[in-house]
Design a protein around this ligand. Structure first.
Ligand SMILES: [Zn+2]
Length: 301
């Protein structure tokens, strides 16, 4: 039994563990860290994200993208902050923090670097990925953070709306608790849904492609920042799509194994294999590495 499942067992019923734990072949997991979020310091420095220390250097200060990540809540969901260093605009990708302490670590990271939170981008609406939205919506200026977050737009694919609406019930089903309660999420009517013809998201000077990857969840997307030079890899924030040695589960009632297969096939066909994948769980990886070692990708190579 993995550490991940063991941790879950403390907080949830056995049935819940079966339902939300992640696939079987995943070998390594983020451990909870007292110094999260861990800064990855920018485009092209991807793998320092799992290194456990903030490796600031003068060179990376000029990189267009700055990033931080850390595992949050009982499911060790990787919450990310991405920031445009030129304009100081920042976005949270998957706001899953289930306590104010977890959330404030990210807000503080932004404050210390003079980043302004301008949006939340959701890969999908499973409970471990959205648990912090209620806390975020009630956070205002405090001693540690001067990030005003109460009215930032929250972006989500429209096919995730029903899952989003079921959050309180799902929390009850899984014995999942959130500081401040599970009924504090912004209304689904107040979210900003991707439009049918929307293919990009803008953060300051940076443009990310929205890559639909349905399967694990009907409206899951990933956010791709293409390489700005030949020496830098593309960066993909993918949620529960491709993880190191595994993929997101497809046995939920709202999942589709067929859609997942199509998403995987398309992804391996169109993506640069140097692409660095920042998944919803576990350490970063590359498409190249997953093509070599991930059994779920082998049928599509
Ligand atoms: Zn999920």
């Amino acid at each position: 039994m993995s550490l991940f499942a063991t941790r879950l067992r403390l907080a949830a019923s056995p049935d819940a563990i079966k339902d939300l734990s992640f696939a079987c072949t995943r070998r390594s997991l983020h451990r909870g860290s007292s110094n999260f979020p861990v800064s990855s310091r920018a485009h092209g420095r991807a793998f320092s994200a799992s290194g456990g220390s903030d490796t600031t250097s003068s060179k990376t200060d000029t990189a267009p993208l700055d990033m931080a990540s850390g595992p949050v809540n009982g499911f060790q969901m990787n919450q990310y902050v991405i920031a445009c260093t030129a304009t100081r605009q920042a976005a949270i990708v998957d706001c899953g923090a289930s306590s104010r302490q977890e959330l404030n670590a990210f807000l503080k990271w932004m404050t210390e670097r003079d980043y302004q939170l301008t949006a939340v981008w959701q890969t999908h609406a499973h409970l471990d990925h959205i648990a912090g939205l209620g806390l975020l919506s009630t956070t205002s200026t405090d001693d540690d953070t001067d990030v005003s977050s109460s009215d930032v737009p929250i972006y989500l694919h429209p096919n995730e709306r029903e899952i989003y609406k079921s959050f309180p019930q799902r929390c009850q089903d899984f014995g999942f608790t959130v500081e401040g309660g599970t009924d504090t999420l912004p209304s689904h009517d107040d979210l900003t849904y991707f439009t049918p013809d929307q293919t990009t998201m803008t953060l300051g000077n940076l443009t990310f492609d929205i890559i639909p990857t349905p399967g694990h969840s009907p409206g899951q997307v990933g956010f791709l920042l293409s390489a700005s030079s030949s020496s830098e890899p593309p960066i993909f924030l993918g949620g529960d799509f491709i993880m190191q040695g595994s993929i997101g589960r497809t046995d939920f009632p709202t999942s589709s194994p067929q859609d997942m297969d199509a998403s995987l096939k398309r992804f391996v066909e169109i993506m640069d294999e140097k692409t660095v994948i920042y998944p919803g769980h576990g350490p970063p990886t590359t498409l190249e590495r997953e093509k070599q070692a991930n059994p779920f990708l082998q049928p599509f190579l």
